[in-house]
Design a protein around this ligand. Structure first.
Ligand SMILES: [Zn+2]
Ligand SMILES: [Zn+2]
Length: 153
């Protein structure tokens, strides 16, 4: 079930930008909101396929972009790693640290960062509309890293 408010945000966005409103898009929205943590388009596509929901891969890619544009999802590109999305619904603003060895992603919140960014914007006569922070790090002992597997996300 897609919350009514989110559905309306999406419909309004699609209308305003002359995108077709199709049932497929809502199936993809529903599936995307169910995804935990960070996911890429192919993972969502496979997840839907496993649940016998038939949509084309191209439509999944396109619809994720639209959901990013209307602020339902956040899109991440971690140092050239595959493009990943995550839902913004019910999430606090947070930042990411990625281990460059095992690609594990840690999330953290730190409201001071937002304050500093706003302050710098203001000092330059700007109003902040969004901000992100990505930190890249490495495991202390990559060989023994328990996350050093392929099923990270
Ligand atoms: Zn690591
Ligand atoms: Zn995140």
């Amino acid at each position: 079930m897609i919350p009514e408010e989110i559905k309306n945000t999406f419909i309004t966005y699609l209308k305003q930008n002359a995108h077709r409103i199709t049932n497929e898009r809502f199936l993809i929205l529903d599936a995307a909101l169910d995804m935990k943590f960070h996911f890429d388009a192919d993972e969502l596509y496979l997840q839907m396929k496993n649940n016998y929901i038939n949509v084309s891969r191209a439509t999944v890619y396109k619809t994720l972009e639209l959901m990013n544009e209307c602020n339902i999802l956040t899109k991440h590109n971690f140092k050239g790693d595959r493009t990943r999305y995550e839902t913004k619904i019910g999430r606090n603003h947070h930042y990411h640290i990625m281990c460059i060895t095992c690609k594990k992603i840690i999330e953290f919140e730190y409201p001071e960062i937002e304050k500093i960014n706003k302050k710098v914007c203001k000092a330059n006569n700007l109003t902040m509309v969004d901000h992100t922070m990505q930190v890249f790090a490495k495991c202390e002992n990559p060989g023994k890293c328990k996350h050093n597997a392929n099923n990270y996300n």
